[in-house]
Ligand binder design. Sequence first.
Ligand code: AMP
Length: 243
Amino acid sequence: MQLDFHHGQLGQLGLSQTMAINIVMFGPPGAGKGTQAEQLARVRGVPKISTGDVLREEVRTETELGRSAKAIMDRGALVSDEIMIGIIRRRLARDDVRQGFVLDGFPRTLPQAEVLDAMMVGCDPIIVLDIMVSSDEVLRRIGARHVCSQCGAIFGDGALTAVCTRCGDELVRRSDDRESVVRKRLKVYARDTAPLMHRYRDRSTFAEIDGAGTPDAVALAVAAAVDRLHGAASPEQTGRVSQ
Ligand code: AMP
């Protein structure tokens, strides 16, 4: 998250300025957000925070939250803002996000977006990427998608192996990847999440990414956008300098 300082202040302290890289990924289910977020986080050396992964871990370990979230997730609906905001507040309070983060799956509603913006006041701005993929392509991709039952690694068509190449565990279908549930998730995305783009579209740190290509092609477009927007987010560009 990192508070930003004026270059001069840092110079007096004998420090060089490094801006945190705070990235938020949007896109419908199956757009490749998870895969792209994972790669981006690895390359930039910051944590990937996936609210879906957090919830699936709660389900897997059969916590109280996991039990109540499972029913909601399995019908393609959204878990309450209160719960999701609590999860993100706790996660973004940890030290490992000082140099930045890649958020995947949050915010999904207006109250969540408002809380995130409020949390980011005084921090380096968020870079917002909207990965665009058609509904037909989403249905095709998710129809072929498997995930590792243990570590959550994602395997799309063309990348399918017998077991997880990362941890060796069994590959399964996500319980919310049935076609009827995917159609519901697409509707929920269009109704609750896609309108959030009006909030971000005019910011200098927003970009749309064509998500129709191969994962490698999309990763190149994502990397180029992040490089460009990270420059656009510098204190000189935003005029945002703390006292
Ligand atoms: P995902 O892995 O991002 O596709 O998320 C899987 C499911 O977790 C969603 O369909 C929702 O039920 C729930 N979920 C994840 N993130 C959120 C969020 N920010 N707000 C509400 N529900 C969420």
